[in-house]
Design a protein around this ligand. Structure first.
Ligand code: ATP
Length: 316
Protein backbone atom coordinates (compact mmCIF):
# COMPACT_ATOMS: atom_id res chain seq x y z
CA UNK A 1 0.00 0.00 0.00
CA UNK A 2 1.33 3.48 -0.88
CA UNK A 3 1.72 6.14 1.79
CA UNK A 4 2.61 9.81 1.91
CA UNK A 5 3.99 11.93 4.75
CA UNK A 6 3.12 15.58 4.58
CA UNK A 7 4.37 18.53 6.57
CA UNK A 8 1.56 20.94 7.52
CA UNK A 9 2.73 24.34 8.83
CA UNK A 10 0.82 26.55 11.27
CA UNK A 11 -0.07 30.15 10.40
CA UNK A 12 -0.04 33.51 12.11
CA UNK A 13 -1.92 36.66 11.04
CA UNK A 14 0.22 39.74 10.47
CA UNK A 15 -2.96 41.73 9.78
CA UNK A 16 -6.53 40.82 10.70
CA UNK A 17 -9.13 43.44 9.94
CA UNK A 18 -12.88 43.03 10.29
CA UNK A 19 -14.55 45.13 7.62
CA UNK A 20 -18.23 44.27 7.88
CA UNK A 21 -20.98 41.67 7.77
CA UNK A 22 -21.57 39.25 4.93
CA UNK A 23 -24.98 38.02 3.78
CA UNK A 24 -23.90 34.45 4.74
CA UNK A 25 -23.54 35.50 8.40
CA UNK A 26 -19.73 35.49 8.39
CA UNK A 27 -17.57 38.58 8.67
CA UNK A 28 -16.00 40.29 5.69
CA UNK A 29 -12.27 40.17 6.46
CA UNK A 30 -8.98 41.31 5.06
CA UNK A 31 -5.99 39.46 6.47
CA UNK A 32 -2.30 39.04 5.82
CA UNK A 33 -1.48 35.42 6.58
CA UNK A 34 1.96 33.96 7.16
CA UNK A 35 3.09 30.33 7.47
CA UNK A 36 5.57 29.40 10.17
CA UNK A 37 7.89 26.40 10.35
CA UNK A 38 6.15 24.89 13.39
CA UNK A 39 3.94 22.21 11.90
CA UNK A 40 2.22 18.85 12.17
CA UNK A 41 3.24 15.73 10.28
CA UNK A 42 0.39 13.93 8.55
CA UNK A 43 0.86 10.39 7.36
CA UNK A 44 -1.81 9.15 4.95
CA UNK A 45 -2.25 5.67 3.46
CA UNK A 46 -4.93 3.45 1.93
CA UNK A 47 -6.02 0.93 4.58
CA UNK A 48 -7.70 -1.67 2.37
CA UNK A 49 -10.92 -1.30 4.38
CA UNK A 50 -14.02 0.80 3.91
CA UNK A 51 -13.50 3.12 6.86
CA UNK A 52 -11.64 6.35 7.58
CA UNK A 53 -9.43 6.06 10.67
CA UNK A 54 -7.69 8.97 12.42
CA UNK A 55 -4.86 8.38 14.90
CA UNK A 56 -3.35 11.07 17.12
CA UNK A 57 -1.66 10.94 20.54
CA UNK A 58 -2.92 14.39 21.60
CA UNK A 59 -6.11 13.92 23.69
CA UNK A 60 -7.40 17.36 22.58
CA UNK A 61 -7.68 16.15 18.99
CA UNK A 62 -10.93 14.32 18.14
CA UNK A 63 -10.54 11.04 16.25
CA UNK A 64 -14.08 10.86 14.88
CA UNK A 65 -15.89 12.59 12.00
CA UNK A 66 -15.53 15.97 13.75
CA UNK A 67 -11.81 15.97 12.96
CA UNK A 68 -11.17 18.31 10.03
CA UNK A 69 -8.78 15.76 8.51
CA UNK A 70 -11.61 13.17 8.57
CA UNK A 71 -13.95 15.72 6.95
CA UNK A 72 -11.35 16.33 4.23
CA UNK A 73 -11.38 12.62 3.33
CA UNK A 74 -15.20 12.63 3.22
CA UNK A 75 -15.13 15.65 0.91
CA UNK A 76 -12.76 13.86 -1.49
CA UNK A 77 -14.88 10.68 -1.36
CA UNK A 78 -17.97 12.71 -2.25
CA UNK A 79 -16.26 14.52 -5.13
CA UNK A 80 -14.35 11.50 -6.52
CA UNK A 81 -16.60 8.48 -5.82
CA UNK A 82 -14.97 6.21 -8.45
CA UNK A 83 -11.46 6.64 -7.03
CA UNK A 84 -12.87 6.41 -3.51
CA UNK A 85 -14.37 3.01 -4.21
CA UNK A 86 -11.22 1.82 -6.06
CA UNK A 87 -8.87 2.81 -3.24
CA UNK A 88 -11.13 2.21 -0.21
CA UNK A 89 -10.64 3.86 3.18
CA UNK A 90 -7.61 5.69 4.52
CA UNK A 91 -5.63 5.81 7.75
CA UNK A 92 -4.46 9.25 8.85
CA UNK A 93 -1.78 9.57 11.51
CA UNK A 94 -1.41 13.07 12.94
CA UNK A 95 1.79 14.00 14.77
CA UNK A 96 0.48 17.08 16.58
CA UNK A 97 3.13 19.73 17.18
CA UNK A 98 0.86 22.77 16.68
CA UNK A 99 -0.93 23.73 19.90
CA UNK A 100 -4.68 23.01 19.68
CA UNK A 101 -7.33 25.78 19.88
CA UNK A 102 -4.60 28.34 19.63
CA UNK A 103 -5.47 30.60 16.66
CA UNK A 104 -2.74 28.89 14.60
CA UNK A 105 -5.04 27.02 12.17
CA UNK A 106 -3.94 23.58 13.41
CA UNK A 107 -7.06 21.74 12.26
CA UNK A 108 -7.20 23.68 8.99
CA UNK A 109 -3.63 22.82 8.02
CA UNK A 110 -4.32 19.13 8.76
CA UNK A 111 -7.34 19.25 6.44
CA UNK A 112 -5.24 20.93 3.74
CA UNK A 113 -2.60 18.19 4.09
CA UNK A 114 -5.26 15.50 3.63
CA UNK A 115 -6.52 17.13 0.41
CA UNK A 116 -2.96 17.25 -0.94
CA UNK A 117 -2.28 13.68 0.27
CA UNK A 118 -5.41 12.16 -1.28
CA UNK A 119 -4.73 13.97 -4.53
CA UNK A 120 -1.41 12.09 -4.62
CA UNK A 121 -2.68 8.79 -3.24
CA UNK A 122 -5.54 8.54 -5.72
CA UNK A 123 -3.53 10.04 -8.61
CA UNK A 124 -6.17 12.73 -9.20
CA UNK A 125 -3.76 15.26 -10.73
CA UNK A 126 -5.59 18.25 -9.22
CA UNK A 127 -3.85 21.61 -9.49
CA UNK A 128 -3.26 23.89 -6.52
CA UNK A 129 -6.17 26.23 -7.48
CA UNK A 130 -8.45 23.17 -7.78
CA UNK A 131 -7.38 21.97 -4.33
CA UNK A 132 -7.96 25.49 -2.98
CA UNK A 133 -11.51 25.48 -4.37
CA UNK A 134 -12.24 22.18 -2.61
CA UNK A 135 -10.66 23.54 0.59
CA UNK A 136 -13.25 26.35 0.82
CA UNK A 137 -15.85 23.70 1.79
CA UNK A 138 -13.83 22.78 4.89
CA UNK A 139 -13.24 26.17 6.49
CA UNK A 140 -12.04 29.72 5.90
CA UNK A 141 -8.36 29.06 6.74
CA UNK A 142 -8.00 25.81 4.76
CA UNK A 143 -7.47 27.38 1.28
CA UNK A 144 -4.55 29.47 2.58
CA UNK A 145 -2.95 26.43 4.21
CA UNK A 146 -2.59 24.59 0.86
CA UNK A 147 0.08 26.88 -0.64
CA UNK A 148 0.89 28.79 2.56
CA UNK A 149 3.79 31.26 2.56
CA UNK A 150 2.67 34.90 2.71
CA UNK A 151 -0.72 35.89 1.30
CA UNK A 152 -3.61 38.32 1.49
CA UNK A 153 -6.88 36.60 2.37
CA UNK A 154 -10.21 38.33 1.76
CA UNK A 155 -13.92 37.46 1.86
CA UNK A 156 -14.36 35.01 4.77
CA UNK A 157 -10.61 34.48 4.48
CA UNK A 158 -10.96 31.97 1.67
CA UNK A 159 -9.93 34.20 -1.27
CA UNK A 160 -6.16 34.05 -1.46
CA UNK A 161 -3.65 36.19 -3.29
CA UNK A 162 0.01 35.30 -2.79
CA UNK A 163 2.50 37.89 -1.61
CA UNK A 164 6.30 37.83 -1.97
CA UNK A 165 7.80 35.17 0.29
CA UNK A 166 9.12 35.96 3.75
CA UNK A 167 11.39 33.52 5.54
CA UNK A 168 13.97 35.73 7.20
CA UNK A 169 12.06 36.55 10.39
CA UNK A 170 12.16 34.49 13.57
CA UNK A 171 8.99 34.04 15.60
CA UNK A 172 8.33 33.22 19.25
CA UNK A 173 4.91 31.67 19.83
CA UNK A 174 3.60 31.83 23.39
CA UNK A 175 0.44 30.35 24.82
CA UNK A 176 -1.00 29.66 28.25
CA UNK A 177 -2.09 26.02 28.23
CA UNK A 178 -4.89 26.83 30.71
CA UNK A 179 -6.49 29.55 28.54
CA UNK A 180 -8.57 28.90 25.45
CA UNK A 181 -10.56 31.44 23.48
CA UNK A 182 -13.55 30.44 21.42
CA UNK A 183 -13.26 31.86 17.90
CA UNK A 184 -17.08 32.33 17.50
CA UNK A 185 -17.16 34.13 20.88
CA UNK A 186 -14.35 36.50 19.84
CA UNK A 187 -16.12 37.48 16.61
CA UNK A 188 -19.54 37.74 18.29
CA UNK A 189 -18.17 40.02 21.02
CA UNK A 190 -16.47 42.16 18.41
CA UNK A 191 -19.73 42.46 16.47
CA UNK A 192 -21.66 43.46 19.60
CA UNK A 193 -19.21 46.22 20.38
CA UNK A 194 -18.15 47.55 17.01
CA UNK A 195 -21.05 46.88 14.67
CA UNK A 196 -21.63 50.64 14.28
CA UNK A 197 -18.23 50.94 12.60
CA UNK A 198 -18.89 48.20 10.01
CA UNK A 199 -18.74 49.22 6.38
CA UNK A 200 -22.12 48.38 4.86
CA UNK A 201 -21.71 48.93 1.12
CA UNK A 202 -19.74 46.73 -1.26
CA UNK A 203 -17.85 49.72 -2.67
CA UNK A 204 -16.60 50.58 0.82
CA UNK A 205 -15.55 46.95 1.38
CA UNK A 206 -13.51 46.83 -1.82
CA UNK A 207 -11.92 50.20 -0.97
CA UNK A 208 -10.74 48.83 2.41
CA UNK A 209 -9.44 45.66 0.79
CA UNK A 210 -7.62 47.71 -1.83
CA UNK A 211 -6.10 49.92 0.87
CA UNK A 212 -4.49 46.86 2.49
CA UNK A 213 -3.29 45.55 -0.90
CA UNK A 214 -1.53 48.80 -1.66
CA UNK A 215 -0.69 49.59 1.95
CA UNK A 216 2.46 49.88 4.03
CA UNK A 217 2.52 46.31 5.37
CA UNK A 218 2.39 44.76 1.90
CA UNK A 219 5.14 47.16 0.78
CA UNK A 220 7.24 46.19 3.81
CA UNK A 221 6.75 42.50 2.96
CA UNK A 222 7.84 43.14 -0.65
CA UNK A 223 11.01 44.82 0.70
CA UNK A 224 11.49 42.10 3.38
CA UNK A 225 11.69 45.00 5.84
CA UNK A 226 11.31 43.13 9.13
CA UNK A 227 11.43 46.28 11.30
CA UNK A 228 8.52 47.84 9.43
CA UNK A 229 6.58 44.57 9.41
CA UNK A 230 6.94 44.40 13.20
CA UNK A 231 5.64 47.95 13.59
CA UNK A 232 2.64 47.42 11.31
CA UNK A 233 1.11 44.31 12.93
CA UNK A 234 -2.65 44.70 13.36
CA UNK A 235 -5.46 42.55 14.78
CA UNK A 236 -9.02 43.83 15.38
CA UNK A 237 -9.84 40.80 17.55
CA UNK A 238 -7.47 42.07 20.22
CA UNK A 239 -10.16 44.67 20.98
CA UNK A 240 -12.63 41.97 22.01
CA UNK A 241 -10.22 39.38 23.46
CA UNK A 242 -7.65 41.36 25.47
CA UNK A 243 -10.10 43.08 27.88
CA UNK A 244 -11.39 39.61 28.88
CA UNK A 245 -7.96 37.97 29.04
CA UNK A 246 -5.55 40.33 30.85
CA UNK A 247 -2.84 37.61 30.96
CA UNK A 248 -2.73 37.65 27.15
CA UNK A 249 -2.45 41.45 27.12
CA UNK A 250 0.30 41.28 29.71
CA UNK A 251 2.18 38.73 27.61
CA UNK A 252 2.11 41.06 24.59
CA UNK A 253 3.33 43.95 26.77
CA UNK A 254 6.14 41.82 28.20
CA UNK A 255 7.34 40.92 24.69
CA UNK A 256 7.18 44.56 23.58
CA UNK A 257 9.32 45.58 26.57
CA UNK A 258 12.01 43.17 25.30
CA UNK A 259 12.68 45.11 22.14
CA UNK A 260 11.16 42.58 19.74
CA UNK A 261 10.32 43.76 16.21
CA UNK A 262 6.63 43.49 17.12
CA UNK A 263 4.23 41.38 19.17
CA UNK A 264 0.55 40.58 18.71
CA UNK A 265 -2.15 37.97 19.22
CA UNK A 266 -2.61 35.50 16.34
CA UNK A 267 -6.18 35.14 15.01
CA UNK A 268 -8.65 34.95 17.88
CA UNK A 269 -5.83 33.93 20.23
CA UNK A 270 -4.88 33.11 22.80
CA UNK A 271 -1.47 32.53 21.17
CA UNK A 272 0.77 35.58 21.11
CA UNK A 273 3.60 35.87 18.61
CA UNK A 274 6.67 38.05 18.77
CA UNK A 275 8.87 38.75 15.75
CA UNK A 276 12.64 38.68 16.27
CA UNK A 277 15.53 39.58 14.03
CA UNK A 278 17.44 36.32 14.53
CA UNK A 279 17.35 32.97 16.26
CA UNK A 280 19.70 34.03 19.03
CA UNK A 281 17.50 36.99 19.99
CA UNK A 282 14.39 34.77 19.88
CA UNK A 283 15.92 32.17 22.22
CA UNK A 284 17.22 34.80 24.58
CA UNK A 285 13.86 36.63 24.80
CA UNK A 286 12.02 33.33 25.25
CA UNK A 287 14.24 32.55 28.27
CA UNK A 288 13.84 36.03 29.74
CA UNK A 289 10.03 35.99 29.42
CA UNK A 290 9.88 32.49 30.83
CA UNK A 291 11.83 33.61 33.93
CA UNK A 292 9.90 36.88 34.35
CA UNK A 293 6.42 35.41 34.04
CA UNK A 294 7.40 32.18 35.79
CA UNK A 295 4.11 30.36 35.16
CA UNK A 296 4.22 26.60 34.43
CA UNK A 297 1.19 27.04 32.14
CA UNK A 298 3.10 29.31 29.78
CA UNK A 299 4.37 27.33 26.77
CA UNK A 300 6.68 28.84 24.16
CA UNK A 301 8.15 27.80 20.84
CA UNK A 302 10.85 29.42 18.72
CA UNK A 303 10.19 29.07 15.01
CA UNK A 304 10.67 30.96 11.75
CA UNK A 305 8.44 32.30 9.02
CA UNK A 306 8.35 29.87 6.10
CA UNK A 307 7.57 30.30 2.45
CA UNK A 308 5.49 27.20 1.82
CA UNK A 309 2.29 25.44 2.79
CA UNK A 310 1.79 21.68 2.60
CA UNK A 311 4.84 19.77 1.40
CA UNK A 312 5.36 16.07 0.82
CA UNK A 313 8.25 14.85 2.92
CA UNK A 314 8.12 11.13 2.19
CA UNK A 315 6.54 8.71 -0.28
CA UNK A 316 6.69 4.97 0.35
P1 ATP B 1 -8.12 28.59 13.73
O1 ATP B 1 -6.83 29.33 13.90
O2 ATP B 1 -8.33 28.08 12.31
O3 ATP B 1 -9.31 29.28 14.32
P2 ATP B 1 -7.34 27.01 15.94
O4 ATP B 1 -5.87 26.89 15.74
O5 ATP B 1 -7.80 28.07 16.89
O6 ATP B 1 -8.00 27.21 14.55
P3 ATP B 1 -7.61 24.18 16.09
O7 ATP B 1 -6.32 23.74 16.69
O8 ATP B 1 -7.78 23.97 14.64
O9 ATP B 1 -7.91 25.68 16.47
O10 ATP B 1 -8.77 23.43 16.92
C1 ATP B 1 -10.06 23.96 17.00
C2 ATP B 1 -11.03 22.84 17.36
O11 ATP B 1 -11.07 21.91 16.28
C3 ATP B 1 -10.65 22.06 18.58
O12 ATP B 1 -11.76 22.03 19.43
C4 ATP B 1 -10.35 20.65 18.12
O13 ATP B 1 -10.90 19.69 18.98
C5 ATP B 1 -11.02 20.57 16.75
N1 ATP B 1 -10.27 19.81 15.72
C6 ATP B 1 -10.81 19.13 14.72
N2 ATP B 1 -9.88 18.59 13.94
C7 ATP B 1 -8.69 18.94 14.45
C8 ATP B 1 -7.34 18.66 14.06
N3 ATP B 1 -7.04 17.92 13.00
N4 ATP B 1 -6.36 19.22 14.81
C9 ATP B 1 -6.67 19.99 15.88
N5 ATP B 1 -7.91 20.26 16.30
C10 ATP B 1 -8.93 19.74 15.59
Amino acid sequence: MQSYSLFAPAKINLHLEIIGDRPDGYHELVMVMQSVALGDVIDIRANGKEEIRVFCQNPQVPLDNTNLAYKAVQLMQKNYPTQASNFGGVDIHIEKNIPVCAGLAGGSTNAAAVLVGINLLWGLGLTQPELRDLATYLGSDVPFCIAGGSAIATGRGEQIEPLPHLDNIWVILAKYSNISVSTPWAYKTYREEFHDLYIQDSHGVSQRTHAVHSGELVRAIAHKDSKQIGKLLYNDLQKSVLPEYPEVKNLIDQFKSQNVLGAMMSGSGPTVFALCKNQEQANQIKNTISKEINDPNLEMWVTKMCSHGIITTQHK
